[in-house]
Design a protein around this ligand. Sequence first.
Ligand SMILES: Nc1nc2c(c(=O)[nH]1)N[C@H]1C(S)=C(S)[C@@H](COP(=O)(O)OP(=O)(O)OC[C@H]3O[C@@H](n4cnc5c(=O)[nH]c(N)nc54)[C@H](O)[C@@H]3O)O[C@H]1N2
Ligand SMILES: Nc1nc2c(c(=O)[nH]1)N[C@H]1C(S)=C(S)[C@@H](COP(=O)(O)OP(=O)(O)OC[C@H]3O[C@@H](n4cnc5c(=O)[nH]c(N)nc54)[C@H](O)[C@@H]3O)O[C@H]1N2
Ligand SMILES: [Mo]
Length: 772
Amino acid sequence: MSASPEEQEREQDEPRVGPEPGAEPEFHPYHHPAAGWGAAKSVTRFMAREGALMDGPRAIMKMNHENTGFDCPGCAWPDDTKGLHLDICENGIKHVTWEMTRKRVDREFFAAHSVTELSGWSDYDLENEGRLTEPMVYDPDTDHYVPISWKEAFDLVGRTLRALDSPHRAAYYTSGRLGNEATFLYQLMARELGTNNLPDCSNMCHEASGRALQAALGTGKGTVDLKDWETTDALFIMGVNVASNAPRMLTALSEAYHRGAKIVHINPLVEAGATRAIIPHDFKDMATFHSTPTSTLNLQPRIGGDMALVRGMAKAILEQSASDPKALDQEFIDRHTAGFDEYRALCEATPWDEIEKQSGVGRDDILEAARVYREADRSIVSWCLGVTQHEHGVDTVREIVNLLLLRGNLGREGAGPSPVRGHSNVQGNRTCGIDHRPGTEFLDRLAKVCKIEPPREHGLDTVRTIEAMHRGEVKVFVGMGGNFALAAPDTPHTYAALRACELTVQVSTKLNRSHIVHGRQALILPCLGRTEKDHQRKGVQSTSVEDSMSMVHLSVGMKRPASPHLLSEPAIVAGMARAALPGSETPWEWYIEDYDRIRDTMAQALDGFEDFNRRVRLPLGFRIKQPARELVFLTPSGRAEFSAAALPDVVPAPGMLALGTMRSHDQWNTTIYSDNDRYRGIKNLRTLVFMNEDDMRERGIAKLDPVDITSTAGDGSRRHLDGYLAVPYDIPRGCAAGYMPEMNVLCALGDYSTQSDQPIMKHVKVTITPAA
Ligand SMILES: Nc1nc2c(c(=O)[nH]1)N[C@H]1C(S)=C(S)[C@@H](COP(=O)(O)OP(=O)(O)OC[C@H]3O[C@@H](n4cnc5c(=O)[nH]c(N)nc54)[C@H](O)[C@@H]3O)O[C@H]1N2
Ligand SMILES: Nc1nc2c(c(=O)[nH]1)N[C@H]1C(S)=C(S)[C@@H](COP(=O)(O)OP(=O)(O)OC[C@H]3O[C@@H](n4cnc5c(=O)[nH]c(N)nc54)[C@H](O)[C@@H]3O)O[C@H]1N2
Ligand SMILES: [Mo]
């Protein structure tokens, strides 16, 4: 007899935190609800390991609270508007605890370990050493990092930048945790120096969403907020692993379910969050093991099949409109949109068998999803990387908008597009100027307010920066957070690019691969984390962040810094800027004394930030105005634009599979917490590939057999990963999946989307064979 869900949940083996060397890999399909006690136990173990048991709970109670705490750096999901006192999740807690660890990487550590030695360490072991404590510079004579004063470090940056024959010889990368104030100063520094070379993690993440929404609606962001989530009749969740990567969405899903809303998940994998969940802040649910369904329908398209699936839903709605005029919101279409006739003709001309073949979903299932959509007065479509990291990511997001426009699901409560952003401030980074393709209006205003001459030519994105480093055209790489070496595609190629640099500068909280894979000269500049108190001349400072739903609010750290030698990110930017621009009239030092001064300048320079200092101190902050929400479309036609793109062919060639790279439950991008992936039933294993059982059988591969994976790039070049273990999984035929960043080795740098310039990370063309 099988155990009840409660028993299963109780008996569930607690995964050990951290990779267990030599431990046997295990796979047992997971049948429990997401979140709940499994999550709570995992958190406790994790805190104990990081020595944060005392501080952890105190910090957690401060997370995501109306302007009195710090913003959870875990993800970009908005804060609960009703002031939920435990609006938190397992992964957010791990993320914060990871920052608050008691372990330290100090000068003795670097004296004891050469860089060559450290390059043999695993990524887990590097980060596991704890927080960085003081600035370090690479000494090529001894192959060790050695201490350097902040002043000398800034001088080295300034000297090297000033010696470049063009400002375009440097690139300034941003990882999406950087607060708005530091972001604004950082882009100002780059532009005052004379370049728009501002690659960011968004180039690998939601570039496709931004470009599609901009073209369709004249705004690069979603239009809905949490209230809309609370009132909608139907939610379509596409390509998001909710329980692992946006766990606070589980609350919204279970509330929606209780309300009677329909929830449709569209994902090649049926992830744990697409079944049932126990909501962690609901003490009653926790105590009684009560779980709530988080789905009413699950569709499993093939990898890359979303556009065809959405086209199918649109086709069904259009077909239905012949007998049921209310299927379409014709008045909305007439008043607010352009290009409808062309789109209708395209849908009519797309045959059902093509839609079925390309989506990998049967017509009846697509009709069922269309029925849910038709019966809902208000619908929201939400998506993440499963939709964006494709060649045709922009077309797919536009197809989603097409579907929404058909029924006027825009500019009213409970309806609209809702991309789920990744990093906690990745959306704010773009708003505050991290953009290698800045608009003229933005630059004109920046020029006027900051009295600089910003460059007008477009700069380099992530992929193009790596190419330029290879060619010797970019010689200085500055990383404001993140782990560029591992996050970027084509790992050996990216390593070589970084190593070809004259200087690499990494502003970081913890040791990672990007410190070990460095330029001829290299600096590690350690900064305060978001949980830490930032003391400046005028007192304790706060920074602001913007969530996935355009809410801007303050984040105030409250912990004693990990080391007295840390500087804040704004201060590090200002230090580098002053050294590189000694004659600059920008009052860099004055800004750092009091971040209100930065915000006052931002209020003048940035659209939507008027009266910034006052509004950001309102209890929940403020929402940046969203013209599309008000049915004002800043598009050439002044209307919301339908698109009419042909369906791409996403069906793998015979013998090939489409491989999606993704995150495990116990990881934060390049930070690996353990080798377990609880919700997918995996223990002690990251070097795996999830496959359909029939695809395995056809290749003579049994459960946990070692296999060799070969990817074939657009230019015909091949890349390999050998000895990965095959895991039979409920995934459509022709599809496979495994973990980033290990699998970035398989992603060719040249294989980026021509629509978004995003590296293709979800549709890598591979062959898989039994290990040689
Ligand atoms: N705990 C934790 N939270 C995180 C992160 C983390 O690493 N750890 N990362 C943060 C960041 S930066 C980001 S961008 C987000 C990422 O959040 P996600 O987008 O959830 O990230 P992935 O792990 O890449 O998972 C992609 C999901 O898309 C599905 N998928 C793959 N291919 C396709 C496809 O062709 N179509 C559809 N419909 N689905 C597909 C996969 O099965 C998987 O469920 O999460 C953020 N939050
Ligand atoms: N194959 C494949 N590759 C991918 C993806 C994928 O799905 N598949 N996803 C892509 C996506 S969506 C993203 S967003 C990128 C992520 O790319 P990045 O943002 O570059 O990488 P992270 O792993 O988030 O960065 C982790 C590091 O950030 C530093 N850090 C942490 N907190 C702070 C802080 O407060 N300040 C500073 N200065 N540093 C800090 C720490 O040193 C830590 O080691 O990866 C991309 N790469
Ligand atoms: Mo991301």
